[in-house]
Ligand binder design. Structure first.
Ligand SMILES: Nc1nc2c(ncn2[C@@H]2O[C@H](COP(=O)(O)OP(=O)(O)OP(=O)(O)O)[C@@H](O)[C@H]2O)c(=O)[nH]1
Ligand SMILES: [Mg+2]
Length: 456
């Protein structure tokens, strides 16, 4: 099955809770806190693999979960980390989240952390200070990231072949590469794109000279309106460096065939025309010398500028194929050199996208959201005094990666844990910022959907 677009849900593992425990030993009446930290939740990673050419594994299973981290143990024992879940995708997979492109995995081995596992919670031993010898709280594990992404596959081949059905595209790719597509004399034999590696060594070239070729289903007049198999597959050659436009020398009117496909390409994306570097007339094994030369003249008469792009081949007998392969190689080298000139920064590093590292995680922002009647907020934490003379309070929202993470990891039903949050406010200068915005004692502060009282 072939699938080039799919919506998938990802849920990374939750961090394990930190543990609350105390050292116990014979004859030692009150041991210190020794609750260990929880383990980190597993990440979900997408890894581009050149051996795949479809997203169908994702279409049949639309949800993926990474394992949670284990909770911390007694005696300062750490909880085990949840293992990362590595999902292989075909090279050329574009990852869309909220209508934005999060990553474009164009190289073999490119990877992205699509959902980050939650941090493990600190055990109570982490919170021991000189004034807090036996903390009675620990952090909860952070929830793992959860999101829906749209995966779209746009194959990244060096060369693509376009043409009418039955002109011999699949025969060509099966002759020059390792691809094994179905070949038959009826139209639309090819229903999904085929990818193959062309190794020039087989044609007398040097070791290591190779390129990737894509064969897509045949196009017909009106494809842009959905006729035949439509133009959906053209997206798979929209990223190829160069295109081969193949014509059937036995069709009766190859010049008109050329015009038809050229128009369809143009209607889909005018840039595709610029990518056509070679026009090949196939099946010359059944054409005599005279017919070949008439065809050549007719073509050049209609398209004089394309004279140098025209080549005659037979995918079946092999005539002209070696010249074609080396011609494509030369064209690819030219376009690679051009690319090098155009691109200023070239890195060979594996791209690893980590959204969490983008911003300084400790920075915070605060906004005054409005006023609320005291008592109408559901999740109040801490002791709220509700003086009669001040029934309306201001309501602030504070945002910040690390701060929100701490809140999410706080057991809000545990007094000690909440007290620690107020210490954290001091550390992150939350109070200072709120004061500057005009906060008064008793106002509400919303962080990660938990409400706190502003204590000044
Ligand atoms: N005589 C001759 N026949 C050829 C040549 N190349 C392909 N054919 C024949 O043409 C027919 C169609 O070939 P395919 O390779 O399946 O054509 P295609 O362009 O992939 O067709 P679709 O997948 O339907 O778009 C088959 O019967 C092939 O054997 C050639 O060079 N000479
Ligand atoms: Mg085919």
């Amino acid at each position: 099955m072939f699938c080039d677009e799919v919506k998938v849900k990802f849920k990374a593992g939750n961090g394990g809770n930190g543990s609350i425990s105390y050292h116990r030993e014979k004859f030692v009446p009150r041991g210190g806190a020794d609750g260990g930290n929880g383990g980190k939740g597993g990440n979900i990673i997408l890894l581009a693999d050149e051996n795949l050419n479809t997203l169908s594994d994702f279409a049949s299973r639309k949800q993926f979960f990474a394992p949670d981290g284990e909770k911390g143990g007694l005696n300062n024992c750490y909880g085990k980390n949840g293992e990362d879940l590595v999902l292989k995708v075909p090279v050329g997979t574009i990852v869309h989240v909220d209508n934005e492109v999060l990553a474009d995995l164009v190289g073999n081995g490119d990877k992205i952390v699509i959902a980050m596992g939650g941090k493990g919670g600190f055990g109570n031993s982490h919170f021991v200070t000189s004034v807090r010898q036996t903390p009675e709280f620990a952090e909860l594990g952070e929830p793992g990231e959860e999101l829906e992404a749209r995966l779209e596959l746009r194959m990244v081949a060096d060369v693509g072949i376009v043409g009418l059905p039955s002109c011999g595209k699949s025969t060509l790719i099966s002759r020059v590469s390792n691809a094994k597509p179905k070949i038959a004399d009826y139209p639309f034999t090819t229903l999904i794109p085929n990818l193959g590696v062309v190794d020039l060594k087989k044609f007398g070239g040097d070791k290591g000279q190779s390129f990737l070729m894509a064969d897509i289903p045949g196009l017909i007049e009106g494809a842009h309106e959905g006729k035949g198999l439509g133009v959906d597959f053209l997206k798979h050659i929209s990223r190829t460096g160069i295109l081969i436009h193949m014509l059937d020398g036995t069709s009766g009117d190859p010049v008109n065939d050329y015009r038809v496909i050229r128009k369809e390409l143009e209607l889909y994306d005018a840039n595709l025309i610029k990518k056509v570097h070679v026009i090949i007339i196939n099946k010359i094994d059944v054409l005599d010398e005279d017919t070949r030369s008439i065809l050549k003249d007719l073509f050049i008469e209609a398209y004089p500028k394309l004279k140098t792009k025209l080549m005659f081949v037979s995918a079946v007998s092999g005539e002209g194929i070696k010249q074609l392969v080396f011609r494509i190689w030369k064209e690819l080298e030219k376009s690679r050199k051009k690319l090098k000139k155009d691109v200023v920064v070239v890195t060979d590093e594996v791209k690893l996208y980590q959204p969490h590292l983008d911003l300084d995680p400790r920075s915070i922002t605060a906004t005054l959201e409005g006023e609320v009647k005291a008592g109408c907020v559901d999740y109040l934490v801490g002791q709220i005094m509700m003086p009669e003379e001040k029934p309306v309070r201001q309501y602030f929202k504070v945002k910040g990666k690390r701060l929100e993470q701490i809140i999410k990891m706080t057991d809000i039903y545990n007094e000690g844990a909440v007290r620690r949050v107020y210490d954290v406010f001091d550390k992150f200068a939350v109070n200072k910022l709120l004061k500057r915005l005009g906060a008064k004692k008793g106002d509400y502060v919303n962080i990660a959907n938990v409400f706190f009282e502003f204590r000044g």
